[in-house]
Ligand binder design. Structure first.
Ligand code: EPZ
Length: 420
């Protein structure tokens, strides 16, 4: 049994310094899947070193693609995709592997994978994905825990989503770029990662209009070539590190980031009392050496609303601010699992359904915590930077799914953090 490594954080140190932000996990995953559609070599730059990206590379290799990483560059050669089955073992490593379905249908006309199932934060249904593929002509059977799809040739269709879905929007884009005719996606997700995927596909020869708006139009083409592409900066990692700067009442300069993609995160941190300056060079500076106060209401929503992925780290920050904050989580049904761990540090939080009421406290004290999901684990790290004494966080494999070297990043800006 491998000994689980833990993060040991001694709180009370101000974050001060400059930090380069990693590439976006939620952009690199669909772009890695999109490489299946390209005949030839694709070079993906700024691909973060994350366990989720490693899982995606293992899937690419299992499909017969050449896939190798050199630092933050992943090279994929999809000239010889030889199967369209993804094993249950690989699916269990990362449920968001469902994003390979659209690409495999587009490239090979078939796909077989085990049901991705839910995860720590919710049931994560995929009905939008499957309904869309059926509309595009795919035959889909679901039995014995497996989904089997086949389509001699996908045809363009008009797809409307009941609510914006990032993954379903991406999956339809991946299925539509090589389909016959045109596809229109209505009520499409508008997240910056959608624009990044569209940017990659367009560079490979796809015809896509409207990415980033609620209506995306795709004209099918015959084939896609490989390309060289740089993944956008990770806006959630950036939001997390800004919360780390703010909770320690310090100051932090983030470089290699995209201020515009931060959306409502910046106005919320300004409402709290932080000074924030964005620079055209792709940097964001935050100074929290002021008197901070709790924001009254935070409600998560699809982009450009407040991002659900930033809710846990922001909640950690709010638990240390004078005043009361009412959080409403509208995207996932079980995204307050970090609350019980934050309360072990002394946070005062009361959860009723989708609402969490945070009453700020002036001190937190270190404790032994257990990460329960990716962003919940990031919330624990954020709070531990403020807590007096030592906090030990176990099950950090959750955190490593989405944060590249969080220990080294935070240590480089003054945190007393180590991984043992
Ligand atoms: C993506 O998940 C992100 N993951 C999530 O980030 C992020 O929280 C989420 O988008 C929302 O922004 C990746 O990009 C890999 P959705 P996704 O489909 O695509 C419902 C992180 O921490 N829905 O936009 O799975 C769903 O239940 C992760 O980095 C259906 O009902 O999210 C949810 O309520 C966590 N049926 C809502 O839509 C479907 O077929 C939005 O989910 C699909 C979704």
């Amino acid at each position: 049994m491998s000994v689980q490594r833990r993060l040991i954080i001694k709180g009370g140190r101000r974050i001060e310094g400059e930090l380069s932000v990693q590439g976006a996990k939620n952009s690199s995953l669909p772009i890695l899947a999109a490489a299946v559609l390209c005949r030839g070599q694709t070079e993906i730059y700024n691909c973060p070193k994350l366990s989720d990206c490693d899982a995606a590379c293992r899937i690419l290799s299992s499909l017969g693609c050449g896939c190798k990483r050199e630092g933050n560059v992943v090279c994929v050669n999809s000239s010889a995709v030889c199967t369209s089955d993804i094993s249950e073992k690989l699916m269990r490593e990362m449920r968001s592997s469902i994003i390979f379905m659209g690409a495999l249908l587009g490239r090979t006309g078939q796909c077989r994978m085990s049901f991705p199932g839910g995860c720590e934060i919710g049931s994560r249904p995929i009905d939008f994905h499957l309904d869309a593929f059926r509309k595009m002509g795919a035959k889909i059977t679901e039995e014995h825990g497996y989904i089997t799809c086949s389509a001699a040739k996908l045809r363009g269709a008009k797809i409307s989503f009941p609510v914006p879905s990032v993954g379903a929007t991406e999956n339809v884009m991946l299925a539509a770029v090589l389909a016959e005719g045109s596809t229109e996606i209505h009520n499409a997700a508008r997240e910056p990662e959608i624009c990044d995927l569209a940017g990659f596909l367009t560079k490979c020869g796809a015809k896509i209009d409207g990415a980033g708006t609620g209506t995306i139009h795709i004209e099918g083409v015959k084939s896609l070539s490989g390309c060289t592409y740089t993944v956008m900066p990770d806006r959630i990692a950036a939001a997390t590190y800004l919360c780390c700067g703010a909770i320690t009442r310090g100051e932090i300069l983030l470089t290699n980031t995209d201020p515009a993609s931060l959306g409502l995160v910046v106005p919320v941190l300004e409402q709290i009392g932080c000074s924030i300056y964005s620079f055209g060079s792709g940097s964001v500076y935050l100074n929290a050496r002021k008197t901070l106060k709790a924001p009254a209401m935070i409600k998560t929503a699809p982009y450009p609303g407040f991002p659900t992925d930033a809710q846990p780290p922001l909640m950690a920050l709010c638990s240390t601010l004078p005043g009361t904050t009412m959080f409403t989580e509208t995207i996932f049904e079980n995204r307050y699992r970090h609350v019980s761990e934050l309360k072990r540090l002394g946070a005062k939080i009361n959860v009723e359904g989708q609402v969490a009421v945070v009453e700020g406290v002036s001190r937190l004290s270190g404790a032994e915590l257990e990460a329960c999901d990716l962003r919940g684990g990031a919330a624990m790290v954020t709070a531990a930077l403020f807590a007096e004494g030592t906090t030990k966080i176990s099950k950090i494999c959750y955190i490593n799914r989405g944060y590249e070297d969080i220990e080294g990043c935070l240590r480089s800006v003054g945190a007393d953090i180590r991984c043992v």
